[in-house]
Write a protein of this length. Structure first.
Length: 115
């Protein structure tokens, strides 16, 4: 059973930084895609940052230049470095992974950006 466990959320002032981590219970080389989504109450979950096999990355337009997705292969961990945070980045952030025919989600971690 694959498990994804997020950490690193919290409360930060606008323009501050946070680094989220997602630890996988299996080798991250298992997955074709790794990424982060976020969701606020009453809205659909949206993809924030995606890392595809081969190294291609995609970012939500509003976070380009501020967020960076990366991996620590030795620790089977995916990171999301979030800089220059805005109040509108406030959301629950979910780790996501996909292997052929399967998708996996973490439990979510709250990020709150105070203005």
């Amino acid at each position: 059973q694959v498990q994804l466990v997020e950490s690193g959320g919290g409360l930060v002032q606008a323009a501050g930084s946070l680094r989220l981590a997602c630890a996988a219970s299996v080798s991250i080389f298992t997955f074709n895609t790794l990424g982060w989504y976020r969701q606020v109450p009453g809205k659909q979950r949206e993809a924030v940052a995606m890392l595809m096999r081969g190294g291609r990355t995609d970012y939500l337009d509003s976070v380009k230049g501020r967020f960076t997705i990366s991996t620590d292969n030795a620790k089977n961990t995916v990171h999301l470095q979030m800089n220059n945070l805005h109040p509108e980045d406030t959301a629950v952030y979910y780790c996501y992974s996909r292997s052929p025919g399967r998708e996996y989600w973490g439990q979510g971690v709250q990020v709150t950006v105070a203005s």
